[in-house]
Design a protein around this ligand. Structure first.
Ligand code: ASP
Ligand code: MG
Length: 444
């Protein structure tokens, strides 16, 4: 069994849905296909949540109309048979009715979560029926019936495995199972999500649950690049990454992968392939436990980083001080990304500022604190990157850009530097030049 996941752009237009269909037809293996919502749809549902909170009736109706006609247009373009089109539009209408009913209730977080998962419901309904209409047998599975993820950070794979196994056994034998990404059931059995971009994570949770041979993540780019192609010219796809490298890059900003993607499959040693829907022959990136090469591999950047500087003379020669600080962050379930210390001060970064006021208030009780927003962590990644003979070149950045923090040696696979976000692009370009281009030229 394989698991294939198609992202928002891959399923974002009629033309692209045909491409996905071709990819499925060209692969004879038994597979579970995880789909995102069409691109833009989840954003639209997030807006809908806001309109419901504000009770803006007119905007709610308009939003739902737009959602319905978007999917009806896709049905018109995909399905030839008139009677089938009518039937499918009725199906869409009843899904929209369900969203409308939720919109009429008074807003709760759990209603909001349920609403945003409907993009995947709509798309998989259309896509599965499209495949059936052209004679490509498939079975549509409802992810809400098996994605029991009590703890999003540490999903109980055996629970998903047991439920999904039963469902597959009792449904029609099929070569293609289609299901929704992003949605899950939480520990209270309420509908929840795996956070934005979470369909990648759905795919690897399912991959681990069915002990798949491989998980393929199909996107709109030919694999993970060695720098951010949105900002830097001349980046290249990386053929092989280890799980460690992929996890670091995904956590530190590589947009192509949800940060938790590889964690469910690492222990089962299931490879994850990053493939391009628009160029299926391109080899993409293979993520596995195998180390193909050591040293510098890639650079990524994570924005919206907040720096907290904590200073106290009481830290001088005192022990237990760090514990005291970390406890505050722990109490507010806020994770820390980067840390540097001196004898009387500590600087650290967070990306989730939900409880920042509470955290600052507690720390101000025993130390001086300053906060700065709008920073970015630039992360240089590779197995044993700290031993790479070229990695020293990255420190030349200190001559050009005001670097706020550096983290070296925390792991052998990652060197992180913190800059103001306004300096991010220049930093990425500089590092690309120093670490990849000039050193490639030198090697030629
Ligand atoms: N549709 C969801 C989102 O836009 C999940 C995903 O695409 O992975 O975040
Ligand atoms: Mg994505």
């Amino acid at each position: 069994m394989k698991v294939l996941k198609f992202g928002g752009t891959s399923v974002g237009s009629v033309e692209n849905l045909h491409k996905v269909k071709d990819i499925l037809i060209n692969d004879q293996d038994k597979k579970i296909v995880v789909c995102s919502a069409m691109s833009g749809v989840t954003d639209q549902l997030v807006k809908l949540q806001e309109f419901i909170k504000l009770k803006e009736e007119e905007a709610i109706t308009k939003n739902l109309h737009k959602l319905e006609s978007k999917h009806n247009d896709v049905i018109d373009a995909l399905i030839d048979d008139q009677a089938k089109r009518v039937e499918l539009k009725e199906g869409i209408s009843s899904i929209i009715t369900k969203i409308t009913e939720l919109s009429n209730k008074s807003y709760t977080e759990s209603i909001g979560a349920e609403i945003v998962t409907y993009g995947e419901t709509l798309l998989t309904y259309v896509f599965s029926n499209f495949l059936t209409s052209i004679g490509v047998g498939n079975t549509l599975l409802n992810a809400k019936e098996f994605m029991y993820v009590d703890n999003v950070d540490n999903p109980n794979i055996s629970k998903v495995s047991a439920r999904l196994g039963e469902i597959i056994k009792s449904s029609n034998d099929s070569n293609i199972y289609i299901t929704q990404g992003f949605v899950c059931k939480d520990h209270l059995q309420a509908i929840s999500t795996l956070k934005r971009g979470g369909s990648d994570y759905t795919a690897t949770i399912i991959g681990a649950a069915v002990e798949a041979n491989e998980v393929q993540i199909w996107t709109d780019i030919d694999g993970l690049h060695n720098n951010d192609p949105r900002y830097v010219d001349g980046t290249n796809p990386i053929a092989h990454l280890t799980y460690n490298e992929a996890a670091e890059l995904a956590y530190f900003g590589a947009k192509i992968l949800h940060p938790q993607t590889v964690s469910p499959v690492v222990h089962k040693n299931i490879p994850v392939l990053l493939k391009n829907t628009f160029d299926p022959e391109a080899s993409g990136t293979v993520i596995s436990s195998k180390i193909h090469s050591k040293g510098l591999k890639a650079i990524s950047a994570k924005d919206n980083i907040t720096v907290i500087k904590i200073k106290s003379n009481r830290m001088l020669m005192a022990h237990g001080y760090l514990r005291k600080i970390f406890e505050v962050f722990d109490n507010y379930k806020t994770s820390i990304d980067m840390i540097t210390t001196s004898e009387i001060a500590i600087s650290l970064t967070i990306d989730d500022t939900t409880f920042i006021d509470e955290i600052l208030k507690e720390i101000e009780g025993f130390a001086e604190v300053t906060v700065e927003y709008k920073h970015s962590i630039i992360c240089v990644v590779g197995e044993s990157v700290i031993n790479d003979k070229n990695s020293h070149r990255l420190f030349e950045i200190l001559n050009y850009i005001p670097v706020r923090m550096i983290s070296y040696g925390g792991s052998n696979n990652n060197i992180s530097i913190l800059v103001e976000t306004k300096d991010k692009i220049e930093t990425l370009k500089f590092l690309n030049e120093k670490l990849f281009l000039s050193h490639q030229e030198a090697a030629v």
